[in-house]
Write a protein that binds this ligand. Sequence first.
Ligand SMILES: [Zn+2]
Length: 109
Amino acid sequence: MECYEAEEMVSGYINNTLKTADLEKFLEHVRKCPSCYDELEMHFIVNEAINRLSEEGETALDFKVLLEQDLKQAERHVLRLRLQKVLILWALITVLILAVFFGLYALFT
Ligand SMILES: [Zn+2]
């Protein structure tokens, strides 16, 4: 992914509207690219600050920690979906193998 593509996805990330495939590529890029990470951090902080203006009692928030938590959560989400896909594929292959096996068994008995 190119930096300009990642920059276009920043608001999508913050608003939680990225598709999983895009989210995955975005996360990969942001983890490797310091300039896009900074860009994301700036947007994230502004967004969090606006969100929390109305909330009282929360002062001295560490936005960097919040962003890290948010990124980790997104990464876990992507990982879980990927694992799900693998498990479904694995189940399909198992069913296929069993079907072939019983098909052959039926043919030769
Ligand atoms: Zn970049």
